[in-house]
Design a protein around this ligand. Structure first.
Ligand SMILES: C[S@@+](CC[C@H](N)C(=O)[O-])C[C@H]1O[C@@H](n2cnc3c(N)ncnc32)[C@H](O)[C@@H]1O
Length: 422
C-alpha cells in the first residue's frame, strides 16, 4: 500500500507486470509511457502501460454476473491493493453489479456501495454472504410449483409452460418474503442467481435462445426470433440451473476469502440513491473510491431491463427516469461536478478517488480530460491519468501518442487525492 501521491507516480512510472507466479515480467521494467496532459494551463502526468490484464490472474468466479458497462475486477483490485490496506473503507457510488465492493471484500476491506438502480443491490449484496449449496438446494426444493400461478404478462414466447410455472412460483415466493421482511440471505442469493439466468443463448438459462437479461428483447421481437430460428421454448429445469450457476459462482473461493466476504457483508452499507446525495455516509470516511460513472449516452433502461425488473417486482419505467442519461457533455459535467463535491465530502484526508471513464464516442471526446477540472474545483488534487492498455499489437500506435482512437481495450482512469492538511 502506498499513501503518498508522488510515490504512487513513481510506482506507475517504474511499473512492470508480474506474471501468474508473481515473478515473470511481461513488459520490461520502465516501459510505462509517460507524457503530460495540458488542462486549464496545468500539465498533469499521464501513464500508459498494461497495468492489469485479464491474463495476469483470473478474477474470482464470484464476479461472473453480467451487467451493462461493468468493468473487469482487475481494475478495482489494482487500485485497492495499491492505495488501501485491510480494514479501510472502499466505496463505489455507481456500483453496478458490484465489481468494486465484491473485489474490496475479497481483499478484506470494508465497503460502501451505491447505485440508483435497485437491481444493483439485488445483484451485489448476496455475493457478500454466499450460502452453503445445500441450503440453496433445500430452499429451492421447498418452494413447490403452484398449479394455478399467473405471471401478469404473457411470457410463453420465452419459456416452456412448466419452466414458466416454476419461475412464477419462485417469483411469488421471493416477492412475499421481501414484502414480509423475512427474506434471508439464501432467498436473496436465489433471487440474484435467478435474475441472472432469466434469459440467454444457451441451456444454462431458463429461456429459449434469446438475448441476455440486461438486453432483454420485447415479447414481440422474441416471437420473430422464434419464427426465424424455427424454435420453441424447451423445458428447462430452473432449480438445477440455479444450483449449477451457484456452484460456479462459489467455486474456487478460498476459506479465508469466504470469511472476508462475510465479514465485509456484515458491516457493508448498501444505498440505492443518486450519487450526488448520500447523507448516510459520514464526512471524511472513505479511503478509496473506485468507480465508473454512467457514460455520455442514452441507455434504454426500461426496455433493456424489463424482464429482470418484472421478476423482481420493480417498475422499470420509474427506475429509468432516475438514471443519469446525458447526451450533452455540459449536462454530464454538471451531474459529475455535484458527484465530485459529494465524493470530496466523504473522502478521508489522504484518501483517493479512481474515476474510470472508458472510451466514449470512439475516443473523440476525452472524458478523462473533462473530469480533471471537476475534481479540482471540488477540492481534490489530480495525481495522474492512468491508461491501461491491454492490446500489445496496438501499442506502436498508442505509444506514438497521436493515435489513441483504436484502443477499444483501454481504460482511462483519473486519479484524485484529498490532501491531508485540509
Ligand atoms: C458504467 S455503470 C457502472 C458499472 C460498474 N462499475 C460495474 O462494474 O458493474 C454506471 C452505473 O451508474 C448507475 N447510475 C446512473 N445514474 C446514477 C446516479 N445519478 N446515481 C447513482 N447511480 C447512477 C447506473 O445504474 C449504472 O449501474
Amino acid at each position: 500500500m502506498i499513501r503518498d501521491p508522488s510515490l504512487v507516480c513513481d510506482y506507475f512510472r517504474s511499473f512492470s507486470l508480474p506474471g501468474q507466479d508473481g515473478q515473470t515480467t511481461l513488459i520490461p521494467k520502465g516501459k510505462t509511457v509517460c507524457d503530460n496532459v495540458h488542462v486549464m494551463g496545468v500539465n498533469y502526468p499521464r501513464y500508459t502501460n498494461e497495468f492489469w490484464t485479464a491474463r495476469q490472474r483470473q478474477a474470482s468466479k464470484i464476479q461472473e454476473i453480467s451487467y451493462r458497462a461493468c468493468f473487469k475486477p482487475q481494475l478495482p483490485r489494482f487500485f485497492i491493493t495499491l492505495l488501501t490496506e485491510p480494514g479501510d473503507i472502499v466505496y463505489d457510488p455507481f456500483s453496478g453489479r458490484g465489481t468494486t465492493p465484491v473485489e474490496a471484500a475479497l481483499l478484506g476491506r470494508r465497503i460502501i456501495a451505491n447505485d440508483i438502480n435497485p437491481l444493483s443491490r439485488i445483484l451485489a449484496e448476496p455475493r457478500l454472504n454466499p450460502p452453503e449449496l445445500e441450503e440453496v438446494k433445500t430452499r429451492l426444493y421447498s418452494v413447490s410449483d403452484l398449479p394455478s400461478v399467473t405471471c401478469d404478462i404473457d411470457l410463453s414466447m420465452f419459456y416452456h409452460p412448466e419452466t414458466l410455472r416454476t419461475i412464477c412460483s419462485l417469483r411469488k415466493y421471493l416477492t412475499s418474503r421481501v414484502e414480509d421482511n423475512t427474506a434471508d440471505m439464501t432467498d436473496r442469493w436465489i433471487r440474484m442467481v435467478a435474475t441472472n439466468r432469466l434469459s440467454g443463448h444457451s441451456p444454462g438459462f431458463f429461456s429459449v435462445y434469446t438475448l441476455p437479461p440486461n438486453q432483454a428483447v420485447s415479447p414481440d421481437r422474441q416471437i420473430i426470433i422464434n419464427r426465424d430460428r424455427n424454435q420453441q421454448p424447451p423445458y428447462r429445469d430452473v432449480r438445477e440451473i440455479i444450483l449449477k450457476k451457484s456452484r460456479l459462482l462459489i467455486r474456487g473461493i478460498e476459506p479465508n476469502q469466504m470469511e472476508q466476504l462475510k465479514e465485509a457483508g456484515q458491516s457493508a452499507l448498501f444505498l440505492t440513491q443518486d450519487a450526488r446525495y448520500t447523507p448516510q455516509i459520514p464526512d471524511n470516511w472513505v479511503t478509496l473510491t473506485v468507480t465508473s460513472p454512467p457514460f455520455l449516452d442514452i441507455v434504454q433502461y426500461a426496455s433493456d431491463n424489463w424482464l429482470r425488473c418484472w421478476f423482481n417486482d420493480l417498475n422499470a419505467e420509474d427506475i429509468g427516469k432516475n438514471i443519469t442519461m446525458t447526451r450533452k457533455l455540459a449536462d454530464w459535467e454538471a451531474v459529475m461536478q455535484d458527484t465530485f463535491k459529494e465524493l470530496y465530502r466523504i473522502t478521508k484526508p489522504g484518501g483517493y478517488v479512481a474515476f474510470e471513464v472508458g472510451e466514449v464516442r470512439n475516443g473523440s471526446v476525452r472524458l478523462d480530460e473533462h473530469v480533471i477540472p471537476l475534481g479540482i474545483s471540488s477540492g481534490f488534487s489530480c495525481v495522474a491519468i492512468i491508461i491501461n492498455q491491454q492490446d500489445f499489437t496496438k501499442t506502436a500506435n498508442i505509444w506514438g501518442v497521436n493515435n489513441m482512437k483504436g484502443g477499444t481495450n483501454s481504460n482511462r482512469i483519473v486519479l484524485f487525492h484529498k490532501k491531508t492538511d485540509n
